[in-house]
Design a binder for this molecule. Structure first.
Ligand SMILES: Nc1nc2c(ncn2[C@@H]2O[C@H](COP(=O)(O)OP(=O)(O)OP(=O)(O)O)[C@@H](O)[C@H]2O)c(=O)[nH]1
Ligand SMILES: [Mg+2]
Length: 376
């Protein structure tokens, strides 16, 4: 059993690391790498994923890394603050982590006021918060500065993107493996324009570059939640509602061994094409495929992007399960129709598709349980 804070205040507090940032920036990838690194350092790690609905690819991906993962699903951390606390306590009671890594929903902002300050105020004896890290994808950052070309809805999405950077204690520019060295200065200056003086780290979570340095930095101390920003909740809500959201769990079966990876890639290609026809801009499409011969994830973070496949299925089989998470700038009805049509087309006449669960919706207006106007 863990020592209570009264018995030993120094060891009773769990280090809590929250990593925010927009959809597809690489939060789950970083959390998986960080969990691996912390475990190698002898730390006990627990992870918390978060989404507006059930059936999360992120949870499956992080479980693959062999760590304890709990979900806060159905609402974001700020709107489900009490559930976040419950899940943390549950993780602590059952698995005794000394570090918790948590990923808020990628379209969320105002986390300093609605999650970090309440955690500091209400749970000072339970959690030792690390500086709040926000991950950015350099390509999306450059887009977010092109205000002249944005309609109102795109501008609202970009508003969220900028607010995330403004409230960060620390910004990590991820995906530097794809960033030409000559563009680094442009990216750093863009972050400086949004929030002067923010410490910035460069990283490739995918290639593990910079992950240790970032961990060393945030574990060495430093205050958390040092910035509370003004957020216009009408614009924030409009930005979130611009996205169609879809989560589904699908069972696939066939009379003879089938190459499920090929089917998943066909599905994704069909979906990208179908969405493009309707001008549905992709924020993030994630798939997790599980079959007797292995598991794999496939991600696409832009409309024309090439899918990134990780993991493998060593052999064909007759059954597989597929988790689909799609976040696209299109109506939820159109998104669901596009997913169902692309799946049927990819399956063809020989594969049976059973959609076990599906939900598609627009995220509702954020209604945080707490909002602190002052830094605790
Ligand atoms: N090239 C490159 N790709 C990366 C890097 N980090 C993550 N990715 C890829 O970016 C895609 C999205 O990564 P995730 O970790 O799922 O992003 P996320 O921020 O958790 O996304 P949401 O949960 O939708 O908000 C995946 O294909 C990752 O493999 C990186 O450092 N370099
Ligand atoms: Mg994620």
């Amino acid at each position: 059993m863990r020592a209570s804070s009264k018995e030993n205040p120094d060891t009773a507090r769990v280090k809590m690391i929250l990593v925010g940032g927009f959809l597809g920036a690489g939060k789950t990838t970083l959390l998986a790498r960080a969990a691996e690194e912390l475990a190698a350092r002898g730390r006990r790690v627990g992870l918390i994923t978060n989404d507006q609905a059930a059936n999360l690819v992120d949870t499956e991906v992080l479980r693959q890394a062999g760590q304890e993962v709990k979900e806060v699903s159905g609402a974001c951390f700020c709107c489900a603050f009490n559930k976040l606390l419950y899940v943390c306590e549950n993780l602590i009671d059952l698995h005794h982590p000394d570090v918790i890594l948590a990923e808020p929903v990628g379209s969320c902002t105002d986390l300093s006021a609605t999650v970090l300050q309440p955690l500091k105020k209400l749970c000072a004896d339970r959690f030792d918060l690390a500086p709040y890290t926000v991950l950015v994808d350099p390509d999306k950052l450059v887009e977010s500065l092109e205000d002249g070309q944005a309609d109102d809805i795109a501008a609202a999405v970009r508003y969220i993107y900028r607010k995330q950077i403004e409230e960060a204690d620390l910004v990590v520019v991820n995906k530097i493996d794809r960033l030409a060295a000559g563009r680094r200065a442009e990216i750093l200056s863009a972050i400086g324009q949004i929030r002067p003086g923010t410490p910035v780290f460069l990283m490739s979570a995918l290639e593990r570059t910079g992950v240790r340095e970032w961990l060393d930095h945030i574990l060495s101390g430093g205050a958390a939640g040092q910035r509370i920003v003004e957020v216009d909740y009408d614009t924030y809500a409009a930005g979130e509602a611009a996205l169609g959201w879809l989560n589904a769990a699908v069972e696939l079966s066939a009379g003879k061994p089938t190459d499920w990876k090929a089917l998943a890639l066909r599905f994704l290609k069909n979906l990208q094409t179908g969405l493009e026809r309707q001008a549905g801009e992709v924020a993030h499409l994630k798939l997790f495929l599980a079959a007797p011969a292995g598991r794999l994830q496939v991600n696409v973070t832009s409309s024309a992007g090439e899918p990134l496949v990780q993991g493998d299925l060593a052999a064909a089989s007759t059954h597989a399960t597929l988790v689909i998470n799609a976040r696209v700038r299109i109506s939820p009805e159109q998104l669901r129709a596009a997913v169902e049509a692309s799946l049927a087309q990819a399956a063809g006449p020989t594969v049976t598709v059973n959609v076990a669960e599906i939900s598609s919706f627009r995220p509702g207006r954020p209604q945080p349980v707490h909002r602190y106007g002052q830094i605790v």
